[in-house]
Design a binder for this molecule. Sequence first.
Ligand code: HEM
Length: 157
Amino acid sequence: MTDSSVPTLSAWAGGEERIAALTARFYQRVPADPVIGPVFANMDPRHAAHVASFIAEVFGGGTPYTDHGGSHSGMIARHLGRALTETQRKRWIELMLETADEVGLPSDPEFRAAFVGYLEWGTRIAVINSQPGVKAPQGNPPMPVWGWGPPGGPYRG
Ligand code: HEM
């Protein structure tokens, strides 16, 4: 049984709109970044919005990504063959966390622990899937689901 008085990570962050503000600013900053700028040289103009709806869905904010035809396997497919490096992964996270501060995402310990945990997990999965020879997933793997984790709920002082 889930406790309905505990907000989802998406709701705590401010919903898909706030997550979209985060990704919009992040991908605005990306082109000027010497480490990850080149990785996104041919970025789709809707990329930031797609990543926002993906994260909102993973964070319990409804199904905006799958409602628009997205799937976990589709997301994985976008990373295949890119041979992402650990240096690029680390810079992606660093820039994302700087941007989270810049756009004022909640900074309480509970939210940030869950957020960083997801970014660590998600970026490592992206790097693994991007290595040469990794094939597209079979079938239709479910969307990941991320919650509050060990802290167990939002910061209440
Ligand atoms: C939690 C971590 C991550 C998430 C949730 C994520 C999510 C996504 C999603 C949803 C797409 C598909 C977007 C679309 O359909 O337009 C995508 C594409 C892509 N991702 Fe990621 N990603 C993550 C990590 C990374 C990292 C660490 C890198 C590289 C350092 C990366 C590089 C890319 C690139 C280059 C594309 C294709 C962009 C384009 O050309 O339009 N991703 N990602």
